[in-house]
Design a protein around this ligand. Structure first.
Ligand SMILES: CC(C)(COP(=O)(O)OP(=O)(O)OC[C@H]1O[C@@H](n2cnc3c(N)ncnc32)[C@H](O)[C@@H]1OP(=O)(O)O)[C@@H](O)C(=O)NCCC(=O)NCCS
Length: 136
C-alpha cells in the first residue's frame, strides 16, 4: 500500500472541521453537546494532536492533565474513511510521548466498546476488576 502523507500538528483544529469529525463517532446522540461547547472544551486541553491529509482534518486526540501527575486521554478519533491506516496509532504515540516528557506517571483513558485491542497494542492494560475505573 502506498504510504499517505499525513501531517500531525499540536495546534487546535478549526471548530467546524472538528465538530464534523466528532459527529462521525455517533457519540453525540444520547446527550448531545453543542459545537461551541465541545470546542471550548477541547481548547482547554493540556495537549492536542490533529492529523491532516491534504489540509483536511482526518484525526484528533487530546490529553486533559494537571501536567505533573495525572493525564486522561480523550476524544481519540480517526475519520472512518481513514481508519486502520496507523493514524490513530501515531496520534496516540504523540499524546503518550508528551505525557512521558512531562514525567506524568498516571496515563489513563476510557476505552470505547470494541476498541480495547487498539489500546492493548499500545501497551495499555485494563484495570483490575477489584480496582475498576468508575463513573457517575
Ligand atoms: C480507535 C481509533 C482511533 C483507531 O484509529 P486507527 O487509525 O483506525 O488505528 P490504527 O490504524 O493506528 O490501528 C493500529 C492497530 O490497532 C488495530 N486496531 C485498530 N482498531 C482496532 C479495533 N477496533 N480493535 C482491535 N484492533 C484495532 C489495527 O488492526 C492496527 O493493528 P495492525 O496494524 O497490526 O493491523 C479509530 O478506530 C476511531 O476513531 N474509532 C472511532 C472513534 C472511537 O471509538 N475512538 C476510541 C475512543 S476510546
Amino acid at each position: 500500500m502506498m504510504q499517505m502523507t499525513i501531517l500531525y500538528e499540536s495546534g487546535l483544529p478549526d471548530s467546524q472541521e472538528f465538530f464534523d469529525l466528532f459527529e462521525t463517532t455517533g457519540w453525540n446522540q444520547a446527550k448531545p453537546i453543542q459545537q461551541d461547547q465541545i470546542y471550548t472544551a477541547i481548547s482547554h486541553s493540556w495537549y492536542t494532536v490533529s492529523a491532516y491529509k491534504d489540509d483536511r482534518l482526518v484525526g484528533f486526540g487530546r490529553v486533559i492533565s494537571d501536567g505533573i501527575y495525572h493525564a486522561l486521554i480523550v476524544e481519540m478519533i480517526v475519520h472512518p474513511k481513514f481508519q486502520r491506516q496507523e493514524i490513530g496509532s501515531q496520534i496516540l504515540c504523540k499524546l503518550v510521548q508528551r505525557c512521558r516528557e512531562a514525567g506524568i506517571q498516571q496515563i489513563q483513558l476510557f476505552c470505547a466498546r470494541g476498541k480495547s485491542g487498539f489500546y492493548q497494542k499500545h501497551g495499555f492494560k485494563e484495570r483490575p476488576v477489584d480496582a475498576p475505573g468508575m463513573e457517575l
